[in-house]
Design a protein around this ligand. Structure first.
Ligand code: FES
Length: 236
């Protein structure tokens, strides 16, 4: 709509273009998540009145299953939410032996404001699957500069690290700030798991506003009823 300022939309386009520059199609371990970003650059911006509920699907259009997501995957699995061109991490967290690790809901502090929020915790049969914005809260770097490091990575074991300026977040603690310069955790995406058919939806977000936005629901285009998971192959 015309009353949307151009800044956030430009940020979304910048993020999208960077994603497209590095996106590849690959395997997540033995899983078969093949990803495709389906929508091209938006021509207009819309105001979305509420966080949408979207089914997470693979590039083939089928709802992703727990087995499609590898524990401690060294590649990066992304999906767009709540608007087009807004990348989010989809992580299945595990211990050093790659066994699923149940993620509890915790209080997450926001150093920038002195306030806190309650993280959603993990979902899925092992409560090990979490999600967050993949846009660094410091100055907006996105994958592959910011990415998850599995527990076997001695540098940042089990953490999300941004190579741009060194910010680190803990996905097992609501993507809390571990090291700056960021002063804000990553916004957590809230997932819903349906155990009857082993499918996942994204239903909301909690925590700080997504970097580059004054409002999570403005500055971009509305997504369809599904959001496609995409595998980013690092180093491409
Ligand atoms: S943009 Fe990520 S640390 Fe600066």
């Amino acid at each position: 709509m015309s009353n949307i300022s151009p800044g956030p939309d430009d940020e979304g386009r910048r993020t999208f273009l960077k994603m497209m520059g590095v996106l590849g199609v690959g395997l997540v371990g033995a899983g078969a998540l093949r990803g495709v970003i389906q929508n091209l650059l938006p021509s207009t911006s819309n105001v979305v009145s509420a966080f949408p509920t979207l089914i997470l699907i693979s590039g083939s259009g089928s709802p992703i299953k727990t087995g499609d997501i590898t524990v401690n995957a060294p590649t990066v699995v992304l999906f767009q939410y709540p608007l087009e061109n807004e990348p989010n991490f989809l992580l299945r967290l595990g211990d050093a032996n790659n066994n699923d690790k149940a993620i509890e809901s915790v209080s997450v502090s926001v150093p920038a404001t002195g306030k806190s929020f309650q993280s959603p915790g993990g979902v899925g049969p092992y409560r090990s699957i979490v999600a967050s914005s993949a846009i660094c809260q410091h100055l907006g770097c996105d994958p592959p500069e910011i990415r998850f490091h599995p527990p076997s990575d001695a540098s940042f074991p089990g953490l999300v690290h941004c190579d741009c300026h060194g910010s680190t977040y803990d996905p097992s603690k609501g993507f809390a700030v571990v090291t700056g310069p960021t002063t804000q955790p990553l916004p957590n995406a809230i997932l819903s798991y349906d155990s009857t058919n082993d499918t996942y939806k994204v239903v909301n977000m909690v925590g700080p506003t997504i970097y580059g936005h004054s409002n999570d629901l403005s500055g971009g285009n509305q997504l369809p009823s599904k959001t496609t998971t995409t595998v980013l192959v690092q180093g491409s």
